[in-house]
Design a protein around this ligand. Structure first.
Ligand SMILES: C[S@@+](CC[C@H](N)C(=O)[O-])C[C@H]1O[C@@H](n2cnc3c(N)ncnc32)[C@H](O)[C@@H]1O
Length: 324
């Protein structure tokens, strides 16, 4: 898959983080807890320029990176309009986004002002969606548990926000070092295993396992190599990656709110929203987005923590440099 991408190097930003939050809520409105998390990711990532040549590993449908890179969708676009297997989400933990139809044409009001040279993902349908965004120069279908299909020193910037999804993490980190140019940077946004504590699990005796299972919906199964901070940093050292910077950007408060979220009812919300006429859907969505912008604005602050005693962050951004 290949499209022409104009070169651009600076990382743009919407004028305020409130505007950024609004763009993420518009795209992910039925999962507002994902919208604020992605806003936090984008704010952290704005600290690092995506110098070219660049790669986005585990890019998925590309919507996160499109918005981060300054792209703007029409208000009617969101990731829920093109979904499948909604009846299999609860029991089989199906990925409702893993589909692409010929009619998937997101309305783009402004193209991203930063291009990304390569997007890579395991799932061809998600790459098909990413291909419609005029963001990536090239899209590559590949399982990151195997050696990456790029020459040594291919990239100045390597970005990945889902390394903890990769089972063969040592191999993957070795590969990140190999494909990064001397003087280049690897930006990893990784969840910490503190996430496992930032749930309602401690209340199992009162809530029962079924409630916890409904809330969890198999998400932890997708994180085989989530780890604590010391383990991540030891893995980086073993792979010959030096930590240049570590920026915590999701707190325990964010993680607890995300833990409840609308995840369990998302398939039903999607079915309801998609059964509406386009006019009604847009009008409900407009009010919903306005409300959640106000509700979630305080959560778009990476330092927000409502607990009195400090505890581990839930996600950290590492910038790493390859050692030879
Ligand atoms: C949580 S999603 C993140 C997608 C995107 N980066 C974003 O922020 O929206 C994780 C992505 O990693 C991809 N993925 C998971 N395991 C992978 C693997 N072994 N190799 C390549 N991609 C993988 C999934 O297909 C999915 O698109």
């Amino acid at each position: 898959m290949s499209i022409a991408v104009e070169p651009a190097t600076s990382t743009p930003a919407p004028s305020t983080h409130v505007e950024l939050l609004k763009r993420f809520i518009q795209a992910y409105w039925l999962r507002p807890e994902n919208a604020f998390w992605m806003t936090l990711r984008s704010r952290a990532l704005s600290l690092c320029p995506l110098e070219q040549p660049s790669i986005d590993l585990g890019c998925g449908d590309g919507v996160f990176s499109f918005l981060h890179c300054g792209g703007v969708f029409g208000p009617a676009f969101d990731v829920f309009a093109s979904t499948a297997k909604l009846n299999e989400v609860r029991q089989r933990h199906a990925d409702m986004f893993d589909c692409v139809g010929d009619d998937y044409h997101p309305t783009i009001l402004s193209r991203p002002t930063t291009a990304i040279d390569v997007g890579l993902d395991l799932k061809p349908a998600l790459l098909g969606k990413a291909n419609r965004l005029a963001l990536y120069g090239r899209l590559v279908e590949h399982d990151s548990n195997s050696p990456l299909p790029f020459d040594d020193d291919s990239f100045q910037t390597v970005y990945c926000n889902c390394a903890y999804w990769v089972t063969e993490i040592e191999l993957f980190l070795d590969e990140l070092r190999r494909i990064t140019r001397p003087g280049g940077r690897i930006i990893l946004q990784v969840k910490l295993d503190s996430m496992r504590r930032y749930t309602l699990d401690a209340f199992r005796p009162a809530l029962g396992q079924q409630v916890l299972d409904i809330l969890d919906r198999g998400r932890a199964d997708c994180w085989p190599t989530v780890a604590d901070r010391a383990t991540w940093e030891q893995r980086f050292g073993t792979a010959g990656l030096e930590v240049e910077n570590a920026t915590p950007f999701v707190t325990r408060t964010h993680a607890h709110i995300w833990d409840i979220g609308l995840r369990p009812i998302a398939p039903m919300l999607v079915r309801m929203a998609n059964a509406l006429t386009p006019e009604t859907r847009e009008s409900v969505k407009r009010d919903w987005v306005d409300l959640f912008c106000e509700l979630l604005e305080p959560l778009a602050d990476p330092t927000l923590d409502l607990f009195t005693k400090p505890d581990d962050p839930a996600e950290i951004q590492y910038t790493l440099t390859p050692q030879r």
